[in-house]
Design a protein around this ligand. Structure first.
Ligand code: MD6
Ligand code: FE
Length: 214
C-alpha cells in the first residue's frame, strides 16, 4: 500500500508497473480551476446511472466531456459524439484538464498524449467498481490519465487475466495515475468507498479519466 504523502503538492513519481506511474497530489494546484470547469459540464450533461448491457443500473454515476463520451446501455459499451440524454454534443474538454493530463502523461513518459474523451465518475460511500478492462478505445498505445478527487479509494490493480491477484493502491484526493503501454489492458476496479466527508468535496469521490478514444 502506498503511504499518504506528507508533501502538500505531491511526491516524486512512483512507478507501480512498467508503464504505470502514480503522481501523488499532482492535481492539487489545479483543484479550484478544475472544479470551476466541472460545474457547467455537469449542468449540461448531468450525472446519470447508465445501464449495463445486462440491464442493471451501474453503481457509479457518470458523465463525460470531450469530443467523445463513453456510454453503456442494452447495446453494450461504446463512445458517442452526443449525450444520449440531451441529444447534444458532450461538453468540451476544458483546457485546465487537457493541460494537466498532458503534463502528467509527459512526466510518466508519454510525450504526445492527445485525449479526446474524459469520463467523469461519481462515487458515494459504499459505491464500488468491479474489475474490468478499458478496451473501447481505438489505440491501446495511448495512455489513460486518471485524476482522483474527494474521498480516498482503494484501486485494485490486477493483471491481464481477471483471475490475477490485484495489488491494492491508495488513490487520494489530488492523485494522478498514468498508465499505458503493456499495462493498458490490466484488469482494475475500485473497492467500496469508505464512509467519510471530504473537507472540499463532501461525501463523494470524483474520478476523471482522460483517454484518446477515437
Ligand atoms: C476510478 N478508474 O478510479 C476508476 N480505468 O474511479 C478506472 O476505471 C480507470 O483509473 C483506466 C485507467 C485508470 C483508471
Ligand atoms: Fe477503467
Amino acid at each position: 500500500m502506498i503511504q499518504p504523502t506528507l508533501d502538500l503538492f505531491g511526491t516524486a513519481p512512483q512507478h507501480l508497473a512498467s508503464h504505470t506511474t502514480l503522481l501523488q497530489g499532482y492535481a492539487l494546484p489545479d483543484l479550484e480551476p478544475m472544479l470551476d470547469a466541472l460545474r457547467p459540464i455537469l449542468r449540461a450533461s448531468p450525472w446519470r446511472h447508465m445501464q449495463t448491457p445486462g440491464g442493471l443500473p451501474m453503481a457509479v454515476a457518470l458523465s463525460n466531456c470531450g469530443a467523445l463520451g463513453w456510454v453503456s446501455d442494452e447495446h453494450g459499451y461504446r463512445y458517442t459524439h452526443t449525450d444520449p440524454q440531451t441529444a447534444k454534443p458532450w461538453p468540451a474538454l476544458p483546457p485546465v484538464l487537457l493541460d494537466l493530463a498532458q503534463r502528467a502523461a509527459a512526466l510518466a513518459g508519454f510525450e504526445h498524449f492527445e485525449p479526446d474523451a474524459c469520463l467523469i465518475n461519481h462515487y458515494r460511500p459504499g459505491t464500488r467498481l468491479s474489475l474490468h478492462q478499458d478496451r473501447n478505445e481505438q489505440d491501446y498505445t495511448q495512455p489513460i490519465v486518471s485524476i482522483s478527487l474527494g474521498l480516498p479509494a482503494v484501486f485494485l490493480f490486477g493483471g491481464l487475466q481477471r483471475s490475477d491477484r490485484p495489488l491494492r493502491i491508495a488513490l487520494n484526493h489530488g492523485d494522478v495515475l498514468v498508465w499505458g503501454g503493456e499495462d493498458r489492458l490490466r484488469f482494475h476496479g475500485i473497492l467500496p468507498i469508505k464512509p467519510g466527508v471530504h473537507p472540499r468535496l463532501g461525501e463523494r469521490r470524483i474520478n476523471l479519466t482522460l483517454r484518446k478514444a477515437g
